[in-house]
Design a protein around this ligand. Structure first.
Ligand code: SF4
Length: 682
């Protein structure tokens, strides 16, 4: 293959849109990225990350050998030595303190197959349900809101459906930077079909600029205006009685629960005017179809699940389900946030979201895996940190996750990692988190392995291997299988397709998924029946509850966390277009860093004048939990005492040195958006 130009189909790893494209390469050099018209989510589009963000694959900083701690340093080791150490430690711990003193965290950047084997290692080999993934940090509340109301925690339709909607409402989502190609589709639909767009956000981002109506509710108040709009629609008699009668339960109790959400009350709490809320209600009433899009601006709050529930309630009341161009679209952040949970890396769910304490389900897995399985749900990521601090969790195996930076209250999390008796980190680079490890295992990125990802619209897509693994690095599934077999497992997966076949044989939701059906640009949207029939429109004529009816679920507003008067600035946070998450990959890609070399703190012109700030002024922000140091950018995208700090930094500017351990009350997703700080000019 030397000197040959090759073309390989892959799937982007940078966001939940799941763009797929051909990568042209020569030896280990990426020549170009070429999207194809048959790519289901993106067609011929990509964004800057998908096009230029791949130099990290050949970075000299890649991990190419296992590392073993010796005192304060690490030394290179061979795989056998690393495996022996891990296996002996895990065995000793299990014998001494039982399986629940170990925990496993998989990554929503890795493949479905990687996630499946991680939860199988945890459950079937170690014997604990202490397994989770980083959707706990972002989208679990959206899933909870949908489970409660419509039964499935996934997008109602396809990305192309969003283009068909007459009205698109976007809240708590910086779509143009976080899901760029999806935003492009909305922009195109605005232009070609006159699609109406309403944006509700703290920050005047690109989609807010392009919206027909932009409103700025106070931080953490979304449940109130959404419920007030719902109540107003019902009071006007604009609800869809026929749809409610035929497809929805719990109407009377829900209507009663809306009583407090008058326009007057909502105006006082949210800062939106009555006229703005009436305009939103009228727009929904006048549109034949409405799609509601949301992301972490909604979910990462103490009441994130409840606000997600309120969104789904509104869509049910107005009959905006069961038709193309309508429904709820929680926009998944990482490329495989959907898939990591779908494939069972959750403390209470098997693959396909079946519950671990359901005897019939557990028996199916016990038969399939040939072992007894634990029935009690395990710890989620958030609880794992507390359990380490409490001395109840001693060992952890973490893959593909910069937990010490991306989990909230980073200082507290790092203190927990320091306390672990034994910590295995599996990644492609040595990270801040790896500093706390005892063993660091070199994994292969997406270009060096095969597998599948599931994007935000529940779509399975295959990625093919572009390069051989660098040095001694290996695909995650292979490393996990080799550890599992040394611990007594009898796994014989020769290819990720074998893993998918096993998952499909056990999880009814994926019964018809196979690599043959996912050849090239072919794709499937779950649920997938045994004959391969998939489900682009999630709800056709029934909801997945025993009587086929959805449920209106009453919710109450949870006030956002207050950190004290001293911390007088609200620090909103989120993504920026050019960088991915904490930046481990994109800061190693020159094509990206040339354009945007670092993060910056957005400050309003009013605040700049008050505090004497200019572009480039370096400030320290301090919250009760830590501090960050960042340069300022003065912009009218934010107003008053509202700041915006992109999350794309793992150094002095990492947002989670400011955030707290406060979390969504129903899912333990950190309330990243409820953070205040005081400012000092340096
Ligand atoms: Fe990748 Fe998302 Fe950009 Fe598509 S929109 S190229 S999936 S980062």
């Amino acid at each position: 293959r030397e000197n040959r130009i090759e073309k390989t189909k892959t799937v982007c790893t940078y966001c939940g849109v799941g763009c797929s494209f051909d990568v042209w390469t020569k030896d280990r050099q990426v020549l170009k990225v070429e999207p194809q018209s048959e790519a289901p989510a993106n067609g011929i589009s990509t964004c800057v990350k998908g096009k230029f963000g791949w130099e990290f694959v050949n970075s000299e900083e890649r991990l190419t050998k296992p590392l073993i701690r010796e005192g304060d340093a690490f030394r290179e080791a061979e795989w056998e030595e690393a495996y022996d150490l891990i296996v002996n430690k895990f065995k000793e711990e299990k014998e001494k303190n039982g399986p629940d003193s170990l925990a496993f965290i998989t990554s929503s950047k890795c493949t479905n197959e990687d996630s499946y084997v991680m939860q199988k290692l945890s459950r079937a080999v170690i014997g604990t349900n202490n397994v989770d993934n980083c959707s706990r940090y972002c989208q679990s509340p959206a899933t909870m809101g949908l489970w409660r109301t419509v039964g499935y925690g996934g997008d109602s339709g396809s990305i192309t459906d969003i283009e068909k909607a007459e009205l698109v409402i976007i809240t708590g989502s910086n779509t143009a930077e976080a899901h760029p190609v999806l935003a492009t589709r909305v922009k195109r639909s605005q232009k070609l079909h006159g699609q109406k767009v309403i944006v509700a956000d703290l920050r005047k981002h690109e989609m807010a600029d392009r919206a027909d109506r932009f409103v700025q509710p106070k931080a953490g108040s979304d449940l109130v205006w959404i419920s007030a709009v719902t109540k107003y629609i019902i009071d006007q008699g604009w609800h869809d009685s026929e749809f409610l009668e035929e497809h929805v339960n719990g109407i009377d109790e829900y209507m009663e629960s809306l009583a407090p959400y008058t326009l007057d009350y909502a105006e006082e709490v949210t800062g939106l005017t009555k006229e703005e809320m009436i305009e939103i209600a009228t727009s929904i009433h006048e549109a034949e179809t409405t799609c509601f899009l949301w992301a972490m601006g909604i979910t990462q709050h103490g009441g994130g699940s409840d606000t997600s529930t309120a969104i789904s309630n509104l869509m049910l009341v107005t009959g905006n389900y069961m038709k193309p161009g309508a429904g709820t679209y929680p926009l998944r952040g990482h490329n495989n946030v959907q898939g990591a949970s779908d494939f069972g890396s959750m403390p209470d769910r098997f693959p396909g979201y079946e519950k671990v304490h359901d005897d019939a389900v557990r028996e199916r897995y016990e038969k399939g895996w040939g072992v007894d399985l634990p029935a009690e749900p395990g710890l989620n990521n958030h609880e794992m940190v507390e359990a380490i601090h409490d001395g109840n969790l001693n060992m952890m195996y973490l893959k593909g996750e910069e937990m010490g930076i991306v989990d909230s209250n980073a200082n507290y999390v790092q203190e927990a990692l320091e306390k672990l008796d034994f910590f295995v980190v599996q990644d492609i680079f040595f990270s801040k988190t790896a500093e706390f490890a005892d063993v660091v295992l070199p994994a292969s990125p997406s270009f060096e392995k095969e597998g599948t990802f599931t994007n935000t619209e529940r779509r399975f897509q295959r990625l093919y291997q572009v390069f051989d693994p660098l040095g001694d690095s290996k695909p995650d599934w292979k490393i996990i299988m080799e550890i599992a077999n040394r611990l007594g497992g009898d796994w014989n997966f020769e290819h990720p397709s074998d893993i998918m076949d096993e998952a499909a044989s056990l999880a009814p939701m994926f019964a018809g998924v196979s690599y043959d059906r996912l050849e090239g640009y072919d794709s499937l949207q779950w649920p997938v029946a045994e004959d391969g029939t998939d489900t682009p429109l999630l709800f056709k004529d029934r909801f997945p509850f025993p009587d086929g009816k959805a449920k209106l679920f009453p919710v109450e507003w949870t006030k956002p966390l207050e950190m004290g008067e001293e911390y007088d600035l609200h620090v909103n946070n989120g993504r920026m277009l050019e960088h991915f998450h904490e930046g481990n990959l994109t800061y190693k890609s020159e094509g990206i860093t040339k354009k945007t070399p670092s993060v910056f703190l957005e400050v309003s012109p009013e605040l700049a004048e008050e505090r004497g700030l200019e572009d480039g002024t370096v400030v320290r922000l301090t919250s009760p939990y830590g501090n960050v140091k960042v340069p300022c950018l003065v912009t009218d995208r934010v107003k008053g005492k509202e700041l915006y700090l992109p999350m794309n930094d793992s150094g002095e500017g990492a947002i989670n040195y400011l955030t707290s351990s406060h979390a969504d009350k129903d899912t333990d997703t950190p309330a990243y958006k409820e953070v205040s700080a005081k400012m000092e000019v340096l």
